[in-house]
Design a protein around this ligand. Structure first.
Ligand code: PLP
Length: 389
């Protein structure tokens, strides 16, 4: 074990089973370790560095803001926070934004808004929130409760009360839950990320939309992983012709600094009042300046490019020896390999390609601007590894 790995394992909490590589630096979608070995990065730090490492516009925005004002708190007005909220609203038609520092916090805000809206509208017994089996919404006690996977709940009960789990794509099951409970909101990922890169059926999403409208239930879409261009639209819900009441996002929005955002439409924009919610770091000027440079570059040209690259990856992997299926949307891609996913990921790493896993799949979340040449090289290596004995 190297010196760095030794110190890390002695002093950093054992919550991460790290891969045995030490990343030193990078450029675009190329990462370099301390031995000078290069990797093509198809993980982008779990969907965060969507314009790659060493992204000049983002760096310029961040460094410029660092040289101006690093932090002020939410007691005062700061420009990057206001500008980013405006840009997000203009891109989505949403009306207000609350900033936190992570995906979990964005979802916490969404849950608080949903509970308060329902309490005021229907009474305080209307607090149930339906999420989906196999979902992932974060690691705090409440967002764990929202996460419909028992493995994450073990050892941390009692979790926050009030979450019900519907089976994805089971419209009748969902209707039954709504009928038998006092429901404030339905919360879902359009493509379940950690759950195995599984897009929901368009019919199921349409049914959620219908139910929410007819029952005055809030629709909350978790776009922490799917958002910010990842699926070929600014937000994944835009692929399905729906208009959520609340959208949470994080990961790619930050481009490399921590940020989370909860977007609220006209129906819920004024639910939170002075003192109802807050975050010391939320809306930090440096994080917001960086995020604004990201949001401003998610345009039709980039999104078309995401779709073209997605098509290339799907076509290239589908039917290749050792690959059972390919799922996902845009540049959020899950690969079911004959070999165990972890083994494929380790072999790819040896050969200079970094991939992620999600459940039993190999998961790809490359930078949206990865160049075609690197993408092709990496996909060829995945295919080679998947078919080798
Ligand atoms: C990653 C993720 C989260 C949690 O985000 P953190 O920033 O780790 O708190 C929540 N929801 C989804 C869909 C995610 O992919």
């Amino acid at each position: 074990m190297s010196e760095l790995q030794n110190i890390d394992s002695l002093f950093v909490a054992n919550t991460y089973n790290r891969f045995p590589i030490e990343i030193k630096e990078g450029n675009g979608s190329i990462l370099k370790d301390f031995n000078g070995k290069e990797y093509i990065d198809l993980g982008s730090g779990i969907g965060v560095t969507i314009f790659g490492i060493n992204d000049k516009p983002w760096k310029d925005a961040v460094i410029n803001q660092i040289n101006t004002l690093q932090h002020a708190s939410n007691l005062y007005y700061t420009k990057p926070c206001a500008d980013l909220a405006k840009a997000l609203c203009e891109k989505t038609g949403m009306k207000k934004v609350f900033f936190g520092n992570s995906g979990a916090e964005a979802n916490e805000c969404a849950i608080k808004v949903a509970r308060k809206y329902a309490e005021e509208k229907k009474g305080n017994d209307y607090y149930k929130i339906i999420t989906l089996v196999n979902s992932f919404h974060g690691r705090t006690i409440t967002t764990l409760a929202a996460t419909g996977q028992d493995v994450f709940h073990k050892s941390f009960t009692p979790l926050t009360d009030g979450f019900l789990y519907a089976k994805a794509n089971d419209v009748d099951g969902l209707k039954e839950l709504v009928k038998n409970n006092k429901v404030a909101a339905i919360m879902f990922e359009c493509v379940q990320g950690e759950g195995g890169v599984l897009p929901l059926n368009a019919d199921f999403i349409k049914a959620i939309d219908d139910i929410c409208k007819s029952e005055d239930i809030l629709m909350v879409v978790d776009e922490v992983q799917t958002g910010n261009g990842r699926t070929g639209k600014m937000y994944a819900y835009m692929n399905f012709g729906i208009n959520p009441d609340i959208v949470s996002t994080a990961k790619g929005l930050g481009g490399g600094l921590p940020i989370g955002a909860c977007l609220m439409n006209e129906k819920v924009q004024n639910v939170l009042k002075f003192g109802d919610h807050g975050s010391t770091f939320g809306g930090n000027p440096v994080a917001c300046a960086g995020a604004l440079s990201i949001v401003n570059r998610i345009d039709d040209k980039l999104l078309d490019d995401v779709k073209a690259k997605s098509e290339y990856v799907f076509n290239s992997l589908n039917g290749s020896e050792g690959i059972e299926s390919v799922s996902g949307l845009g540049l959020m891609i899950g690969i079911k390999t004959v070999k165990p996913a972890k083994e494929v990921v380790l072999k790819c790493m040896e050969k200079g390609v970094i991939c992620l896993t999600a459940k039993d799949k190999v998961r790809l979340l490359p930078a949206l601007n990865i160049n075609m040449e690197d993408l092709k090289k990496a996909v060829e290596i995945i295919k080679e590894v998947a078919k080798e004995n």
